[in-house]
Design a protein around this ligand. Sequence first.
Ligand SMILES: [Zn+2]
Length: 365
Amino acid sequence: MARARRSPSKKARRSGPTTKPFCSIPARPVPNLAPHVMANSLRAEAIIRTRLKWVNGTVIHYCFFGGSSRYAVPKKQADAIRGAFRKWKAVGIGLEFQEVDQLSEAEVRIGYSTADGESASSVGREVLSVPVNQPTTVYGWDLTTPYGSGTALHELGHVLGMEHEHQNPFAGILWHEQAVYDSLAKPPNSWDRATTYHNILEKLSTQQVQGSKWDPDSIMEYEFEPGLIDIPEKYDINGLTPPGTLSNADRRWARQWYPPLKARLTKLQPFEAAAADLAAGQQIDFAINPTESRKYTVETKGASDTLLTLFEDIKGKPRFLAGDDDSGEDRNASVTYKLFKERSYIVRLRLYYPGQSGKTSVMYS
Ligand SMILES: [Zn+2]
């Protein structure tokens, strides 16, 4: 009975906005971790939450498809995407975005195709496993409209490691499921049931979201017409129209994972362990200035789960050299690399989970 009352009036349905084209990326699968790791829910949660995030301080190189490619990005669309990168950077994050003109030099390869009509992106470090001749991020509609400028920001939110907000299990959204399937089956989306399920109805696991609250204003929230959301009731009647800009919670999220970088880094001395006692998700950075040119090994000590990375600092721009991710593996992260005298290197260590002792250290030798 209560449900019937919540059904939208026909009038609300007719007068509401029409369905917009939606970004199409399904909820990410929860990774396969060893049974004893999954049994430790704090540890598993920390690993799942952190695994797609970039190491803070990474320079993310991006490149637009061009020429005769089916993904060629017209200039005014590329400009809209450049503007979206600037907006994310203006939040005050430690990631850098640098445009390059060769696809093979770019972690993030951006395509545009109104013929495909799909916008989608790999999430965070997932982009690294996309074959180099393929886009990691595609846009399928005009980005120069107000709705399109939200899409430009939204796909870059995925690049930073964000997932869809309407799939936040804390959202408490109850759907008119058949109405959602029916609406999405129509153009412009024309989705089959499975696509609609995985993109909208399926909830993320609680480990995959940040915090414990739903943010309806998030750039990662879709716009929904009236009649699709059963509860909360106000969205049933009015539809849900996020502002299409970065919300305060989006900004907090970005600064939490990618805080501004410290100007000065602690120097690692060979054969001397440096403490890295971090909380889950936090990162510490060290400088290495080798006194001789040879192969070195940088490694962690302690029972923590970490992502250890090595960059060369080339005129103030860190270039990724190597990394090792020991999360969920009960071993220590270790990187062996030839370093050169008089060059500068940066070690960045992101902690997934501190382990029982809470003690982690880094050493190079
Ligand atoms: Zn999306």
